[in-house]
Design a protein around this ligand. Sequence first.
Ligand code: BDR
Ligand code: CA
Length: 311
Amino acid sequence: PRKIIIDTDPGQDDAVAILLALASPEDMDVLGITCVAGNVPLDLTSKNARIVCELAGRPDIRVFAGCDRPLKRDLVTAEHVHGKTGLDGPDLPDPTMPLAEGHAVDFIIEQLREHAPGTITLCPLGPLTNIATALQKAPEIADRIAEIVLMGGGYFEGGNITPTAEFNIYVDPEAADIVFKSGAPIVVMPLDVTHQALVTKARNDAFRALGSRVGIAVAEMTDFFERFDKEKYGSDGAPLHDPCVTAYLVRPELFEGRHINVEIETSSELTLGMTVADWWRVTERAPNATFMGKLDADGFFGLLTERLARL
Ligand code: BDR
Ligand code: CA
């Protein structure tokens, strides 16, 4: 299994991504979960991550609190999508497991230094503040990262927080810029892909039909989430963004993309946080990321349901 660190701002879809990881020990060894401010403030994301670990029966997972605000900007949150708690939908108990001691950024640095180069994969599911801060504090870790598989951005699909920006990148564009320029191998799950991962009624029913606490909680989470997107976009269910990251680590062949250059807009007021993806390779700029564009959605939901059934 790959050793991974999940960097996250739960978030219902983050929660499902974490559950998939914890249900897949043959593919992923979760060294720890690092939390960042994003969908909701840090106190809530670091609480929600622990709620999810306990839901999965894994209070042993180390959960760290990280950066409570973007590098240079005020925090923008998304309660309009995720609800007041960030994890609205199911009624889950407050966590009893404590936060791990120390800062998320120091944990990321320390793990990358301790393990052999090229053995740790970072899985960012929220704004990239923790990862960028780690890279700033210890630039030599860039060469030690096996891969960064992240959810963020969008190109042909446009944005979901502004017409051109996806939430995770928009919240901390300076951090995203640092990450995309870091030289570490990057795989991007943009809206182009995650908007194909729609929780239709039938797929939601399949979660519920698992009959387990996890299955029912996931159905309730994706129900809550879905309400927002149906109203707003009239789409056929909620896009399950973040689980694309952990699903990729199990079955990369479900995804298709291109290795291209991706730059982050950090100055324009109009297009701040845009992931400018050179899909057609019309510039000489060197490729720095594999930008996904296509998903086998039935394969993805089949995998997810089958793995969640284990918890
Ligand atoms: C991303 O933003 C958050 O609201 C979701 O958890 C996901 O990571 C989608 O734009
Ligand atoms: Ca997220």
